[in-house]
Design a protein around this ligand. Structure first.
Ligand SMILES: [Fe+2]
Ligand SMILES: [Fe+2]
Length: 357
């Protein structure tokens, strides 16, 4: 029964949850990851210097990747309007981080329920706490800029599909590989490009936690998928394909340059700063026709190519059958692990606790 909170929303899930009375550790690498996670906990109140000044008029997120600054229309705005636009575009972007973190908080707690192994439950509990902290910290930061904007419908669709999956491996695929693939790239690019010291500090701390979350997805699902009956493996692979396709369609294709699904939150953001959404969209189309390129600045991480697809291939969530489906959709099955491995906490052997502050 719903508590009837008007701003909340209730979903039903078909997930089976699992007790585990065997407390012996069977998967040593997961225990190590759990131990690391316990020792790397941080308190957002104490660890982040919230006194650092935030100047909302400066580019706060990777605006360049959108290329807004290159649209002639922006030059027609007053200085005040441009500053308001910059602050609100950042708040809109970071609002997606915030809502995505709440999604991660719920999927991590769902994993705690559903995974069959004791050490898997312990680890997932630490990820749950990590995600709670990320929600808290991003919420606090956004309120320094502007207001919290609603979740983009496409992001919600991907997270809802993941939350309503019937097997924990699907949750790990939907969140720890696909949504967190998108998030890791966005966090990395934001940390690199932001002019805001507070956001850089905060995002660095978040990224350190996320590196464990990606490692968990790999460590724990790979063997499970390998040991599955072929039919179950195909079911998992189909889920991975469906979620990636959903993400690609929503974000304008794997290169991000196609047509994006409309986002009412973004329209609301334009209205908030006094920009006519029709004029804005028209100017973006005209800029595109005039050959003004909104290219990704060099050195940025590509979420599909560098993170999502290699993670799925590595755990065996892409089969020969779904390879053909990806091809039909025009989504290359990238499998170069270089960037992914450089960003995850792969060292689950010896723990150098001195390195952990
Ligand atoms: Fe997170
Ligand atoms: Fe995470």
């Amino acid at each position: 029964m719903s508590r009837g909170n008007a701003s909340g929303e209730v979903l039903k899930t078909p997930m089976e949850i699992c007790w585990q009375f065997d407390y012996a550790i069977g998967i040593e690498k997961l225990r190590t990851l759990y131990t690391k996670a316990k020792r790397a906990q941080w308190d957002a109140d104490q660890r982040v210097d919230w006194e650092l000044e935030v100047d909302p008029s400066k580019p706060i997120v990777d605006e360049e990747s959108f290329g807004f600054d290159r649209i002639p229309f922006m030059q027609t705005l007053s200085q005040r309007q441009r500053e308001a636009f910059t602050a609100n575009v950042a708040a809109h972007r970071l609002s997606q981080f915030l809502h995505g973190e709440q999604g991660a908080l719920m999927t991590a707690s769902a994993l705690t329920h559903a995974v069959p192994d004791y050490e898997g439950k312990l680890y997932a509990a630490t990820q749950t706490m990590d995600e709670a902290r990320h929600v808290e910290a991003y919420d606090k930061y956004i309120h320094k800029l502007a207001i919290v904007y609603p979740i983009s419908p496409w992001l919600k669709e991907v997270i809802d599909t993941t939350l309503q999956a019937d097997h924990w491996v699907k949750i790990a695929i939907g969140m720890n590989m696909v949504v967190e693939g998108l998030a890791l790239a966005a966090f990395h690019n934001t940390r690199k490009q932001t002019t805001c010291d507070l956001l850089r500090e905060l995002t660095s701390l978040v990224l350190r936690d996320e590196s464990r979350h990606v490692a968990f997805g790999n460590l724990y699902t790979r063997e499970t998928i390998q040991d599955m009956h072929e039919d179950d493996r195909e079911d998992i692979a189909q889920f991975a394909f469906d979620v990636v396709k959903m993400m690609a369609e929503a974000t304008g294709g794997v290169d991000g340059r196609g047509r994006r699904k409309p986002d009412p939150g973004f329209v609301k953001m334009l209205e908030t700063v006094g920009i006519d959404p029709g004029d804005f969209i028209k100017s973006v189309i005209e800029a595109g026709q005039a050959g003004i390129k909104m290219e990704r600045p060099p050195g940025q991480i590509h979420s599909f190519k560098d993170l999502m697809m290699p993670a799925l291939v590595r755990v065996g969530a892409v089969t020969d059958r779904t390879r053909a489906l990806f091809k039909e959709e025009g989504i290359p099955v990238w499998d170069d692990l270089t960037v992914l491995e450089s960003m995850e906490d792969v060292d689950t052997g010896d723990i150098d606790f001195d390195q952990m502050s």
